[in-house]
Design a protein around this ligand. Structure first.
Ligand code: HEM
Length: 513
């Protein structure tokens, strides 16, 4: 058996030289992929470098943008080679539509998890699970206990309380004339709500536990690009006994594990008294039940928690931050939104999630924010079987990456695609057509699409609603700097939005305060 080696490369150049060395030792592994099978070719591809293929293009700091640029030259369906692994990239709605209309099940896999034992993208995870019995069991549980419309109605009180705390924290800062970091406040709101919804309690602020969880979520997000590379190269590097970025991934996983073991002990103790079981309690009951429909391990429970907290928190808080930044940069949008909230909700009570259906402009703003700044600009799948797409041949286990950023800024489908224009989402009848035709895909596509989209709309909608209803916002300078941070695969602002809140609703009643 090949000994597994942990690799923690700080520089991609070291990596490249290392691979060059390996090339001399293992010519066998560096054969070019077969470009054609049965007369069909792979999609077009830009010129590649010897050995590493197009690796350098994927290491570029804003991967979704460099891929968008490449696709405008080589077409919306292209292939890049990472060493000898061909990866297919999709950058247009029409190609995405063609693939998922005919091959949704075939592309409902995410490839082998790069580090099996990790709670973060390991083999016990839901995100990484194959499309099969375990995935179906958890998806059903997720809908009935956490994310479906009825489950969301049952957990509404949790979010109402957290939204009030969010408002109170902003109000305190406004009174002290203290700067507000929007993404930090949004992170608290979202993370506390999700934790309470999953396990019936949030982590304690007093002993620093809550801050530790938020820190782990941020660290996990910062690893997305490394995880993406580890995933793409997993089957190739496994042959060489290399486990890419294992040390960093396991470090986060171990700290999550420590925290979650404590929670599980606690949850297990109160299980017997619990009638109305939350999601974690149901998982624990299934773990204890030898005859359960699906065999659940302790790692399944912990990994699911990590998946939900990481997938739900950072995405929603970045979406809130980007959208708020656009609102501040567009005073007319702010004014129009405020008029809508003032006329529907008034100024004496806090806007609530039950108001959202009556606030179409607020909904349009949230959608437009997600269109321009999808927190997950690239999402990856893997084909289970060989298939043909647009006359091109894809072997089994071919990684497929959808560039949601490029799809949602495609000038063939979107007028003035780079402009923030929420009004485009107010045209009746257009919305359904867009989603069905895969033109609007911030939450992915098909059966592996995001199960948390309804909850995400609630988080972002209510957070933006409260910030606009209750405060004026002062920034240093004329405009918020919308530059993107480099190096992460989660769309992040290079300069986190910091501003001063000025209270504008002196007669607001907060029931619990
Ligand atoms: C603005 C917020 C959010 C965005 C933009 C977002 C986006 C995404 C995307 C692009 C995917 C991959 C979809 C695909 O492969 O087609 C995904 C998957 C997922 N998301 Fe979200 N998400 C958000 C919020 C949430 C929330 C609040 C939760 C739950 C608490 C959640 C849970 C998940 C899970 C569990 C998956 C994996 C689904 C699977 O593999 O079957 N997400 N999300």
């Amino acid at each position: 058996m090949v000994a597994v080696m942990n690799v923690d490369f700080e520089s991609c150049f070291i990596f490249m030289f290392f691979c060059l060395f390996l090339l001399l030792c293992y010519p066998l592994f560096f054969k070019k992929p077969k470009d054609s099978q049965g007369g069909f070719n792979l999609p077009p591809s830009p010129p590649s470098l010897p050995i590493i293929g197009h690796l350098h293009l994927l290491l570029s700091t804003l991967t979704h943008k460099s891929l968008q640029k490449l696709s405008s030259k080589y077409g919306p369906l292209l292939h890049l080679r990472i060493f000898n692994v061909p990866v297919i990239f999709v950058s247009s709605a029409s190609v995405a539509y063609e693939i998922f209309r005919a091959h949704d099940v075939n592309f409902s896999f995410r490839g082998n998890p790069p580090i099996g034992e990790s709670l973060l993208v390991g083999s016990s995870g839901f995100f990484t699970a194959s499309y099969g019995d375990y995935w179906k069991f958890i998806k059903k549980l997720m809908v009935t206990k956490l994310l479906g419309p009825q489950a969301l109605e049952r957990s509404q009180r949790i979010r109402v309380d957290e939204l009030e705390l969010f408002y109170t924290s902003l109000f305190d800062k406004a009174m002290k004339n203290e700067s507000v970091e929007i993404s930090k406040e949004a992170m608290k709101l979202i993370n506390n709500s999700i934790c309470k919804m999953i396990m019936g309690r949030s982590f304690s602020e007093e002993n620093g536990e809550a801050e530790r969880v938020r820190g782990l979520v941020t660290e996990s997000t910062a690893l997305t690009k490394k995880i993406f590379m580890a995933n793409m190269l997993h089957s190739f590097l496994k042959k060489l006994g290399i486990s890419l970025f294992k040390k960093e991934i396991m470090s986060v996983s171990c700290r999550f594990n420590e925290l979650l073991e404590r929670i599980l002990e606690e949850q297990g103790e109160k299980l017997d008294e619990d009638q109305d079981m939350d999601m974690m309690a149901v998982m624990l009951a299934a773990y204890r039940d030898k005859n359960a429909e699906c065999k659940i391990t302790r790692n399944h429970i912990k990994s699911l928690f990590v998946d939900l907290v990481v997938a739900g928190t950072d995405t929603s808080r970045h979406a809130t931050q980007w959208t708020m930044a656009e609102i501040i940069n567009n005073p007319k949008v702010l004014e129009k939104l405020r008029e809508e909230i003032d006329s529907v909700v008034g100024r004496t009570r806090l806007v609530q999630e039950t108001d959202l259906p009556n606030l179409p402009y607020l909904q349009a703003i949230v959608k437009e924010g997600l269109r321009l700044y999808p927190p997950g600009p690239l999402f990856a799948r893997t084909s289970r079987e060989a298939c043909r797409i647009g006359g091109f041949y894809m072997q089994e286990k071919t990684p497929l990456v959808i560039n949601a950023y490029a799809v949602m800024r495609d000038p063939d489908f979107w007028e003035e695609p780079d402009e923030f224009k929420p009004e485009r989402f107010l045209v009746p009848g257009k919305e359904e057509e867009r989603e069905q035709a895969h033109k609007y895909i911030p939450f992915g596509i098909g059966r592996r699409g995001c199960p948390g989209s309804n909850l995400a709309y609630i988080f972002v909608g209510t957070a933006i609603g409260v910030m606009v209803q209750c405060f004026d916002w002062k920034i240093g300078g004329d405009k918020v700097n919308m530059e993107e941070a480099r190096g992460s695969l989660v769309l992040t602002m290079a300069h986190p939005l910091k501003c001063i809140a000025v209270a504008r609703t002196p007669n607001l009643q907060i029931p619990s305060s």
